[in-house]
Design a protein around this ligand. Structure first.
Ligand code: PLP
Length: 224
């Protein structure tokens, strides 16, 4: 694809996001995080050149390599993966804009210790396992509000901004919708939360209609 063809293609995705958000309300703003985990720095730069600023990676090593290689560009980096305790310092060295995969109270407490030692802050989303799938990370929906409040109370160096969830792993749209609605219902109960991150390439319109205001798009933006 030439850059012009790529821009036309990306515009078609943005129009789909627009149509979905307008079904919610003219005031409902949706932010797109481009998930670059399967993409090269050249591909990230091509998307940057047509206006994309926020990018997400799910491996600490890849986040470090790509953010370093592209450090001349004013990009906003999100870490969207699962964080192992032995990688905490590596993530904090990178100091991402947003850590979207905070998936337990224990991890929050470990992060808090290291953040306090470094006198550093980290913005994060609590990941919710809305469909209660064994294969997925995240807190159980019925515990989410209490854990969120406990992190707010006990972890002053973590700035919680809301929630993140991955839609149910099924072809059944109704079940996916239920998982998004469950996440959104939790989000609405959280004092001060401003980000409800849900929706990926295969289900972003449904996620937006269920109240998502941040979508994480990988394959649809980069591989076509
Ligand atoms: C890979 C990934 C995405 C993007 O997935 P696509 O289906 O390629 O859009 C979004 N969120 C998370 C947490 C991911 O790991």
């Amino acid at each position: 694809m030439t850059q012009t063809e790529y821009k036309i293609y990306i515009d078609s995705i943005i129009r789909r996001v627009e149509a979905a958000r307008l079904k919610v309300s003219a005031h409902h703003i949706v932010k797109i995080v481009a998930v670059s985990k399967y993409s090269t720095c050249q591909e990230i730069e091509a998307l940057y050149n047509i206006g994309q600023r926020a990018f997400g990676e799910n491996k600490v090593q890849d986040l470090r390599d790509k953010s370093q290689e592209l450090n001349e560009l004013p990009l906003e980096w999100h870490f969207i993966g699962n964080l192992q305790k032995n990688k905490i310092n590596n993530l904090l060295d990178i100091n991402p804009s947003l850590f979207q995969g905070l998936d337990s109270l224990e991890l929050a407490q470990e992060l808090q210790k290291k953040l306090a030692l470094r006198n550093q802050k980290l913005s994060a989303l609590l990941q919710i396992n809305s469909a209660k799938e064994a294969s997925k990370h995240g807190v159980m929906p019925e515990e989410a509000v209490a854990i969120y409040k406990q992190i707010q109370a006990e972890c002053p160096n973590i700035t919680l901004k809301g929630v993140m969830s991955i839609g149910a792993h099924t072809e059944d749209k109704e079940i996916i919708k239920q998982s998004f609605l469950a996440t959104h219902a939790i989000y609405k109960q959280l004092e001060g939360a401003t980000i409800c991150s849900m929706g990926m390439s295969g289900d972003f319109e449904l996620a937006i209609e269920c109240g998502s205001n941040m979508i994480r798009l990988g394959s649809i933006l980069f591989h076509n």
